[in-house]
Design a protein around this ligand. Structure first.
Ligand code: S3P
Length: 169
């Protein structure tokens, strides 16, 4: 059973849809951020503020690589994981890469005031979302499939992923 890794910007529903998807497929669900928090014993915000983003990216890369040796997983990767080509390679090696998207306004509504999104702790989070999204578009495009979740429920997203990846996992 090959893995399905969900990538995409913060607030596109990777974790919510991923959990439903895993249940429907009988796969094991893994949220990379949650696992890093569990292993390190501190929040992502704490890692960013005390140890720096580069340190977080190293933990993220190591964890994604380790997951590529396992199978039967639905993996929710953090929104910035795609920036590192090594992560794309690891994720594609073990399965299918599905990118979830949503409009900046939708993302703002979903996670704009989240306390555990250090990159959005700025005076104008919507501008930050638009900016980061634009800069990352080229990386998200490397996914095997892209689903715009703006007008979809997490259950619909899970079904669409099952439909798209049929025969590939
Ligand atoms: C990040 C997204 C977050 C988390 C970290 C950095 C990003 O994950 O990994 O705050 O760079 O976009 P989610 O996409 O699960 O919110």
């Amino acid at each position: 059973m090959r893995n399905i890794t969900l990538v995409g910007f913060m607030g596109t529903g990777k974790t919510t849809s991923g959990k439903i998807l895993a249940k429907r497929l009988g796969y094991h669900f893994i949220d990379v951020d949650e696992e890093i928090e569990r292993e390190q014993g501190v929040s992502i915000s704490h890692i960013f503020s005390e140890l720096g983003e580069a340190y977080f990216r190293m933990l993220e890369r190591d964890f994604i690589k380790a997951l590529s040796f396992r199978e039967g997983l639905v993996i929710s990767a953090g929104g910035g994981a795609v920036i590192d080509e090594r992560n794309i390679q690891s994720m594609k090696l073990s399965g299918v890469l599905v990118c979830l998207t949503a409009t900046p306004d939708t993302i703002m509504k979903r996670v704009g005031s989240s306390r555990n999104r250090p990159l959005l702790k700025v005076p104008d989070p919507l501008a930050r979302i638009k900016n980061l999204m634009g800069a990352r578009e080229q990386f998200y495009r490397k996914s095997d499939f892209t689903i715009d979740t703006t007008a979809m429920t997490p259950g619909d997203v899970a079904d669409e992923i099952i439909r798209l990846t049929a025969g590939m996992i």
